[in-house]
Design a protein around this ligand. Structure first.
Ligand code: 8YV
Length: 338
């Protein structure tokens, strides 16, 4: 069928995703999908998107000004992720391209995982498991893998959005933790009070937290928000957990701090340049490493895929996309009307 003869919008599903979700998209669109889950490089992505009206993306696809210039038909990019640092949002807005993400549906799942990672670091779970697997466990010892308590400790949250608040709730209500946080903006008293959260400056957060959890979005402003200088301000007994984005932590500086026991332990689900992991992190024992799976439960990944599809369908069929990032594009009326 020639391009001009096609009556339906065309969309690219850039990564392998639930076949049922792709089938649903086929009910509305001509779908170019990627069941083999080939990772498109910049040029391949531009070529596949050149004749498309919409894209279903994940954090792996970079949507920037160059790509948008090469894809003049594009009207919507629907990310299956709450984070959207893979999108140049101002460039999308300038071209009238709607960008959407998948907030809310992953909040509690990601908070569960963040809390679990923090506990794993505090109680040395990965380090002790590796020891057991290596066959080194031959006796009990009074100080074997002694860690630090989570209950009653001070939980520090950097980035107090939805996921940060959900982690704080677990700590305060489930584990009697004292919650301190730093964020671009302070919560309202009605949000702070139920969890006893205390707003502090970043220096105080670093100095007072027993367990520091990072849940802030990645941007130029948050690049290396935790580097050597910040790690030096933390307690030597403290743990650091990152479930936000790689690049917020200077991984080389963290590996050094862990090796020199300037902090006790860390837990990382995200890495600078992932899926590559800094080699120094791979060789320090006191860090728990997971491959960016904080949102990975069967139910939540499916909910994320469904929400990304909802956004794509609504945007290209005159509906109201549930979770737009740059809603001004909708107000400016550049997408098809119902
Ligand atoms: C995704 C995430 O798995 O939602 C996010 O921002 O980091 C994860 O839940 C990942 O980005 C894939 O798109």
């Amino acid at each position: 069928m020639t391009a001009a003869a096609s009556p339906r919008p065309r969309v690219l599903v850039a990564r392998a995703v639930y076949p049922e979700v792709v089938e649903r998209l086929r009910q509305h669109f001509d779908v170019d999908d990627n069941p083999a889950d080939h990772l498109f490089d910049k040029r391949e992505l531009a070529a596949r998107l050149a004749d498309k009206d919409g894209a279903f993306t994940t954090g792996s696809e970079r949507i920037d000004a160059d790509l948008l210039a090469a894809c003049p038909r594009l009207r919507v990019v629907a990310n299956m992720a709450v984070g959207y640092n893979n999108f140049d949002v101002p460039a999308c807005t300038a071209r009238g391209v709607l960008a959407t993400n998948t907030p809310d549906v992953l909040t509690e799942t990601t908070a569960d995982f963040g809390f679990a990672l923090m506990m794993a670091a505090a109680r040395r779970m990965a380090e002790s498991e590796h020891y057991l697997r290596r066959g080194e466990w031959n006796r009990w010892a009074y100080d074997m893998f002694t860690g630090s308590d989570v209950h009653g400790a001070t939980l520090g949250i950097l980035g107090m959005g939805r996921i940060g608040q959900a982690i704080a709730r677990r700590g305060a209500l489930g584990f009697c933790m004292k919650v301190i946080y730093h964020n671009r903006s302070r919560l309202v008293p009605e949000q702070e009070a139920p969890i006893g959260a205390r707003y502090v400056d970043k220096g105080t957060l670093l100095a007072e937290a027993d367990h520091l959890v990072l849940v802030l979005p990645y941007s130029a402003a948050s690049h290396h928000a935790i580097g050597a200088a910040e790690l030096a301000q933390m307690k030597p007994t403290a743990t650091l957990t990152n479930v936000a984005r790689g690049g917020i932590v200077d991984d080389a500086a963290l590996a050094r701090a862990l090796r020199e026991r300037r902090i006790a332990a860390a837990a990382l689900d995200v890495f600078e340049g992932e899926p590559q992991v800094h080699p120094d992190l791979l060789s320090v024992p006191n860090v728990v490493l997971t491959p960016h799976i904080a949102s990975a439960t069967v139910a939540t990944r499916r909910a994320m895929a469904d929400l990304a599809a909802d956004n794509l369908v609504a945007a290209l069929t005159g509906g109201k996309p549930p979770t737009p990032i740059n809603a001004e594009v909708l107000r400016e009326g550049r997408l098809p009307a119902r």
